[in-house]
Write a protein that binds this ligand. Structure first.
Ligand code: PLP
Length: 388
């Protein structure tokens, strides 16, 4: 590989670029995770992350990727053969479904077209037919990273409540947390799953389960085997700021700094910034005459925008060309969308000029790849950003 000057544009929908402040915070000696100094760090991040999830309940931090936290949510609350209801919002919902099936759970998948979020009424309708309360949990992906569609978690909560069904409500906001508005307590979520490498602006390597009293009560009866993921041992150690096994100490230094940065900016401002950049991106896509995959304006993701290419044009070829020519990584189409779409990540530590550089790379790439489009998308985004 030849030397490339300047910064690589990492515009995939996570991992997102890690700000220098976070890199510097992590650049510290590893300390004894059972020594007196560690408890201050442990307590600071365990308290701080609750504010990001908007919860008063405990949040468990695993040295694992998001997939581990998916598994943890299920094995702590469910028993072999339990029925769970999931919604086919895209590739990540499909992977969570596969994981649940491998654990021996009976998964019912409400079908979806990968262009809409989970349908609150379809969930309610299925729960109403479940007279014997066989369904133990409803699992929804909040921000479906494969499609750029954000499900309406508050509406789904209300729809579940209207049925009076006692199922647990579990939500994956691995790519939503700290970019899209999220309210664990207010939305009555029992287990929220998240990860470090998206809105929290950290490298990959830690992931989370935010809990509820109901989830903790269910954990006492749940019989799926668990050891590493067991909330019990975690919470017992966390009470004094420690972990039952070696934590990802340097990522926790980074997490402390990330929480500080998010709180100095203000979470509401962070969410508004993401909405504004998402809107500018959609305006660019529209000006190019291309199609945004998400069909419901109420479900457009503030985290990423997925762009559908005209029939006969290979999105992977376009991405390869943009990487080679302009040193920018864009997200690939996943699962059944492979080659059909590319995904623009606009999450985490991003500002107007980073976004405009990203959109310029896409617009130049479309021209170089011979993808039919109208020029002027960047201009449209500039006009929008300059006006507000
Ligand atoms: N769920 C969603 C919505 C994701 O975006 C991802 C990863 O991108 C995952 C789950 C899996 O997380 P990980 O790759 O960290 O295991």
């Amino acid at each position: 590989m030849s030397y490339k000057s300047g910064r690589h544009f990492l515009q995939i929908p996570g991992p997102s670029p890690v700000p220098d402040r976070i890199l510097r915070a992590m650049d510290n000696p590893v300390i004894d995770h059972r020594g007196p100094e560690f408890a201050d760090l442990g307590q600071a991040v365990l308290a701080g992350i609750k504010r990001i999830f908007k919860t008063e309940s405990p949040v468990v931090i695993y040295p694992a990727s998001g997939t581990g936290a998916w598994e943890a949510a299920l094995v702590n609350t469910l028993s072999p053969g339990d029925r769970v209801l999931m919604c086919e919002t895209g590739q990540f919902a499909t992977l969570w479904h596969e994981l649940a099936s491998k654990l021996g759970l009976e998964v019912e998948f409400i079908p979806g077209d990968w262009r809409h979020g989970a349908d609150p009424q379809a969930i309610a309708e299925r729960l109403r037919r479940d007279d014997g309360h066989q369904i133990q949990a409803v699992c929804v992906v909040h921000n479906e990273t494969s499609t750029g569609v954000t499900s309406r978690i508050g509406d789904i909560r209300r729809a579940i409540d209207d049925t009076g069904h006692p199922a647990l409500f579990m939500v994956d906001t691995i790519s939503g947390l700290a970019s899209a508005d999220y309210r664990h307590d207010e939305w009555g979520v029992d287990v929220t799953v998240s990860g470090s490498q998206k809105g929290l602006m950290l490298p990959p390597g830690i992931s989370f389960n935010a809990l509820s009293d109901k989830a903790l009560a269910r954990a006492k009866q749940a019989r799926l085997p668990r050891s590493y993921w067991d909330w019990g041992a975690m919470l017992a150690s966390n009470a004094t700021g420690y972990f039952p096994y070696t934590p990802a100490t340097n990522l926790l230094y980074g997490l402390k700094e990330a929480i500080h940065m998010l709180e100095v900016e203000g979470l509401d401002h962070v969410f508004a910034r993401h909405q504004r950049h998402a809107e500018a991106t959609r305006r660019a896509v529209q000006a190019w005459g291309l199609e945004v995959l998400c069909l419901n304006p109420a479900e457009h993701s503030p985290v990423l925008t997925t762009v559908l290419l005209p029939e006969g044009h290979d999105a992977d070829r376009l991405r390869r060309l943009i990487l080679e020519r302009f040193d920018m990584s864009l997200g690939a189409g996943l699962g059944k969308l492979k080659g059909r779409v590319f995904r623009i990540g606009h999450l985490g530590a991003i500002n107007d000029l980073t976004l405009l550089g990203t959109l310029a790379g896409v617009e130049m790439g479309l021209a170089c790849a011979g993808v039919p489009h109208q020029p002027g998308g960047v201009q449209e985004a500039m006009r929008f950003l300059a006006d507000r």
